[in-house]
Design a binder for this molecule. Sequence first.
Ligand code: AMP
Length: 424
Amino acid sequence: MSTFQAPKGTYDLTPPRSAKFLAVREAISAPLRDSGYGYIETPGFEDVNLFARGVGESTDIVSKEMYAFETRGGDKLALRPEGTASVLRAALEANLHKAGNLPVKLWYSGSYYRYERPQAGRYRHFSQVGAEAIGAEDPALDAELIILADQAYRSLGLTEFRILLNSLGDKECRPAYREVLQDFLRDLDLDEETRRRIEINPLRVLDDKRADVQKQLVGAPMLRDHLCDACKAYHEEVRVLLTAAGVVYEDDEKLVRGLDYYTRTTFEFVHDGLGSQSAVGGGGRYDGLSEMIGGPALPSVGWALGVDRTVLALEAEGIELPIPAATSVYAVPLGEEARRVLFGVVTQLRREGVAADFAFGGRGLKGAMKSANRSGARFTIVAGERDLAEGNVQLKDMESGEQEAVALADVTGTIRGKLSASDG
Ligand code: AMP
């Protein structure tokens, strides 16, 4: 019979590498949890129209990459391709915005699905940690989020990332700019699909990566020169706050991003060691999204950082995260009686909060000691018939190699003492 494989564009997280993913999720969420963001979890699928309306019908994410399906009951659903629309939907549904405490600050962590052409750093199932601050228009909030993402990456030891920053204007100034840009783009020599994009989402054309397109875009009208005074002042304040916080960023007037809901502040974190899929995270302000999905006006800002690409960025920089060994004590019984006794010791250690493991499967001493080594345990307990007859076990310090007999009755206390001494 043939064996099964993970579906195309997906991969499994298995030990030991999977520990990095947990550490990255922890590192990204820690600054958020310390900054008033509460944890939110939403379903892996939603009404397909939430994304069609929220993310935008014309975006690649919705028009080409969504896993949309109809249930047996006739509901039209889609696996979530991103987090923001779902989180806002859930916050509105729970009336979090009416609790009188704006902004509502939320963080999340989960799996997302896009039917993309798989390549290094681009998968059909990937993982993000995200943050949303809902219901406040305040440049300090935009700055806070960028600063917290920067802090998260730095806490992981990453240094080869850059922050790209732009403003997309608002409903006052963007429509006028859009027309000016369309007039410019319509005169260029472009393929059919790009010509269609000019009519639907002209800003995205600026983001085209092809050299022949970029050449024609020299001299294109830039939004920066068409921002209204309110957007200009807002953007300037975000920049001032970032600079005051010592966060280095680059102004990137061509940064548009692939989702329709952004207004004003947009930003992307790119890593220079990742090749073509260099964006490790991104986000921005989405003042109109709530109304687009049927809610009240709730100006908001958020980001999502990709866990998969952050792990790749760590690997590209050669950063080994200090992941502590999962096991502190490993027990190796020699004989049936010892099995029962040491299994009891391991159970007791675990109940006392010491990470302990056991040589299962009745292997010989040599194989069991190999497993003890591999587990990273600081101490090994070995006991055979003679030790037990004397009321002892052998406690081996795996760092120094020293071994001593310890009374069975004292073994958990002795180990705890030694572990806390070596912690200090
Ligand atoms: P986006 O919503 O497209 O701005 O994505 C935010 C972040 O999620 C990106 O910067 C990536 O780190 C990550 N991401 C998005 N799509 C994928 C994908 N197909 N595979 C892996 N990571 C992704």
